[in-house]
Design a protein around this ligand. Structure first.
Ligand code: APR
Length: 307
C-alpha cells in the first residue's frame, strides 16, 4: 500500500507521520517543490522508525512525480495556509492554480489513485479536482468534515469532562468558519444525546467554538494547525486503504442528494477501498436544511469564481 503526500509542510508531514506510526501504509512518498525540503522531512521521520517501531518506507522527493508511481492514495496538501485574520476562502486563487497542476501530475503516474484533498478552500478545491480531472466522483474526497468533527467531539468532551472516544458527533456543510454545520442534534455520549448532560447555552457555545476552531488555532499559532488536520487525513486514508467503511463526514460530489447538484460539500459518507462508497442521507429538520442550503449557496458562489 503506497501513499503519496503532496506538500511536505506542516499538514503534509504530520499526516505522513501518523500514517507511518499507525502502520497504515507500507510506503509513504512526500513531494514538495522546495528543494530538499521533502527529502529532509522524510529522512528525519524515517529515523524515528526504529524507536517508534514501524516499518513504513518514507521517501522524500522534490518535484519528481515518477517516484510517486502507482500510489493507491494521494493526499493533496500543497498550497499556502492561512494567516491570522484570513478566511480559508481567501486562499482560493493561489491554491487553485497549485492544486490543478499537482492533480495533473499525480494522475500521469498514479492513474488509479484515490485523491484526498486538503488544500483550502477545501470544498472548492475538491470540486475543482473533479471538474478538471474528469475523475469519477467516488475517487475524490475532501478532508474537512473529519477534522471539524474531531474538533466538535473534543469541545464536547472538554465541556462534559468525558473521554472524547465516547463522544459521537459530526459536522456537515462547508469547511468554512461560517459555512460549517455542527449537528448537535446527532451528538451523543455513547448514544445518549448531549442535551442530557449540557445546557442549551453550553451546546450553543460548543457549536460556535467548533465553527471557528481553525481560526482560533491560526490566531494562537500564527499559521494554520497541523496535528488534528494531519491525524484526520490519516483517518480517511486508513479507511480507504484498509477498506474500513467508516462513516466519515467528507466533502463529496452531490448529484441530487440533500437537494443539491454539481457541488462538493460535507455530508456523512461511507469511505472504503473504492473511495466514497455511499452517501448517507440524514433526515435533516427544517432549520438544518436551511443551514445546509445557505452553506451550499456560499460554496457554489465560490466555485463559480473559478469554473
Ligand atoms: N507542488 C508541491 N508542493 C507545493 C506546491 C506545488 N506546486 N506549492 C506549494 N507546495 C508546498 C510548499 O512548498 C509547502 O511546503 O506545500 C507546502 C504547504 O505547507 P505549509 O506552508 O506548511 O502549509 P500547511 O499548514 O501544511 O497547509 C497546507 O492545507 O489545511 C490546508 O489551508 C491549508 O491550504 C493549506 C494546506
Amino acid at each position: 500500500m503506497k501513499v503519496t503526500v503532496i506538500g511536505a509542510g506542516n499538514v503534509g508531514s504530520s499526516c505522513a507521520e501518523y500514517i507511518a506510526i499507525k502502520k497504515i501504509a507500507s510506503e509513504v512518498v512526500l513531494l514538495d517543490i522546495k528543494d530538499g525540503f521533502a527529502e529532509g522531512k522524510a529522512l528525519d521521520l524515517y529515523q524515528t522508525s526504529s524507536t517508534l517501531g514501524f516499518n513504513t518506507r518514507i521517501i522524500g522527493v522534490t518535484k519528481d512525480y515518477s517516484k510517486t508511481s502507482n500510489s493507491d492514495v494521494v493526499v493533496v496538501t500543497s498550497g499556502v495556509p492561512r494567516k491570522p485574520g484570513m478566511t480559508r476562502e481567501e486562499l482560493i486563487g493561489i491554491n487553485a492554480e497549485i492544486v490543478e497542476k499537482v492533480v495533473k501530475n499525480i494522475l500521469i503516474f498514479s492513474p488509479n489513485a484515490k485523491l484526498v484533498i486538503v488544500s483550502n478552500p477545501m470544498d472548492t478545491m475538491t470540486y475543482l479536482t473533479i471538474k478538471k480531472s474528469g475523475l469519477s466522483k467516488n475517487r475524490v474526497i475532501g478532508m474537512g468534515g473529519a477534522l471539524d468533527s474531531s474538533r466538535f467531539k473534543t469541545n464536547i468532551s472538554i465541556a462534559m469532562n468525558k473521554p472524547s472516544l465516547d463522544i459521537h458527533a459530526m459536522v456537515i456543510g462547508g469547511h468554512g468558519d461560517t459555512t460549517m454545520i455542527p449537528l448537535d442534534r446527532y451528538a451523543s455520549y455513547n448514544g445518549i444525546h448531549i442535551g442530557e448532560f449540557l445546557s442549551k447555552d453550553q451546546i450553543k457555545d460548543i457549536v460556535s467554538s467548533t465553527m471557528v476552531g481553525g481560526a482560533t488555532l491560526t490566531k494562537l499559532l500564527g499559521t494554520s494547525a497541523w496535528y488534528a488536520p494531519g491525524a484526520s487525513v490519516s483517518y480517511v486514508v486508513d479507511s480507504i486503504l484498509n477498506d474500513q467503511k467508516k462513516i466519515i463526514p467528507s466533502s463529496v460530489y452531490l448529484d441530487g442528494e440533500y437537494n443539491e447538484k454539481d457541488i462538493c460539500i460535507g455530508v456523512p459518507a461511507i469511505i472504503g477501498k473504492d473511495g466514497v462508497e455511499k452517501i448517507i442521507k440524514l433526515d435533516l429538520n427544517d432549520d438544518e436544511k436551511k443551514l445546509f442550503k445557505k452553506s451550499a449557496d456560499a460554496i457554489r458562489k465560490m466555485n463559480n469564481t473559478l469554473i
